[in-house]
Design a protein around this ligand. Sequence first.
Ligand SMILES: [Zn+2]
Ligand SMILES: [Zn+2]
Length: 89
Amino acid sequence: MASLTVETWQCDACGKESVTKLQCCGGCKSVYYCDKKCQQRHWNAGHKNKCKTMKFEKGTKKFETCTEKGDSRYFPLLLIYNTIKLYEK
Ligand SMILES: [Zn+2]
Ligand SMILES: [Zn+2]
């Protein structure tokens, strides 16, 4: 039998949970929506002002993770990518 752990995604606009992966915001990729209507609603409700900041914060976090691991200049790109993915879990 398969694992009982079910990953769920929650829509940031209406709060509805889904067991199928939701679409994320193309800008910041930090928020999820069940459909375009929800995305539009959330965008107009204020996400348009937060999107860029969230994208920036996410990028900063990634950079910090990268530099914490030491001098990443000598790591192969794939290794860096895997390390970032590990830290995001
Ligand atoms: Zn929704
Ligand atoms: Zn966004």
